[in-house]
Design a protein around this ligand. Sequence first.
Ligand SMILES: Cc1ncc(COP(=O)(O)O)c(C=O)c1O
Length: 389
Amino acid sequence: MEHRLSARASAMDASGIRRVFDLARTLTDPINLSIGQPDFPVPQAMKDAAIEAIRNDQNGYTVTQGIEPLRSRIARYLGDDLGWTIGGETGLLITSGTSGALTLAALALLDPGDEIVIPDPYFVCYPHLGTIAGARAVACDTYPDFALTAERVEGLLTDRTRAVLLNTPANPTGHVATRQQCRDLLDLCASRGVLLISDEIYDAFCYRESRSDTMRTGDVARCPSPARFDGAHEHVLLIRGFGKSYGPTGWRMGYCAGPRPIIEAMARIQQYTFVCAPSIAQHGCVPALDCDISGYIDDYERRRDLVFERMRRVTNLARPGGAFYAFCEIPDHLGLSDQEFCERCIERNVLVIPGSVFSSRTTHFRISFATRRESLERGLGILGELMSV
Ligand SMILES: Cc1ncc(COP(=O)(O)O)c(C=O)c1O
């Protein structure tokens, strides 16, 4: 018997990426430049804390908003980093992954007919934040430099726009919004009464030239964020996570902070859906913000330099300022669509992802450099040959 699926489920099509992975399964030891998670190990202190939690029988449900030791550590961090005070009019919710926070935000904010502006290229789930809420995700074309600027967004705002979704540093492009771009986008959203959702899951991966002074005494330069301006907590829903920064992507740990009524609505929906973020993972993340990952980030910056230097010889490429991706144009002279190009790569044992998985355009492909340097060098060599013939 065939059961009818919802329009929502039918609208979610995974074909582009599935085709690549189906083909990839035929390879024995591919050079995998498609992976969206760091290749360094989770810090020992985090592993120990998670194991301790299991041993101490902390395996049950937690309160929906998240365990107190983690909440207070994140609150202190947001105070240091952004000058935010959690409590009063600003709320904090620990979520089941960053994806959980994005999903709850869509469900809390959007009604059928409403609109949310997203960048194109986008992280794969962004268009479906509209789908799951019966709303419309309106794509903002950010080619060729991949900046979601106030200028580009302004013309897309309507009286149905409820939110603008910024992702910085970005997947799949590695673009990092400048301090001024953050400021302008915040001002635009604030002046139009639209919430600015800032997905900063890659905030730890912000390379030197993209960091900026925070204007807070004694601070070192950090990844620019629209949340760091005075009064931003009234207009920004900040979403961050632990999976990319510290490696435990499977623990499903994220958090969001912002205007209390929104956070409380999200918490109510979490209560009836995810219930809480995984308990042992919450315990495992308590020491995270005290772990030093700067050595890994420096290493990723060197890999970024390598990818940029090699790929710019054979194609147009905006230098990724953060995350661990490069979004490269497929050279015109090859006459190939993104799917065809990625199939050629697979024939040569290299896995990259077609740009149309992240975009309405079919002109680019994504490299992930979250892979061992030796394998990255071999992969770049093969891509370079393929692209220059
Ligand atoms: C931009 C962006 N946001 C959110 C997510 C989801 O992360 P999580 O694993 O924490 O749900 C990802 C994962 O790739 C991402 O690239």
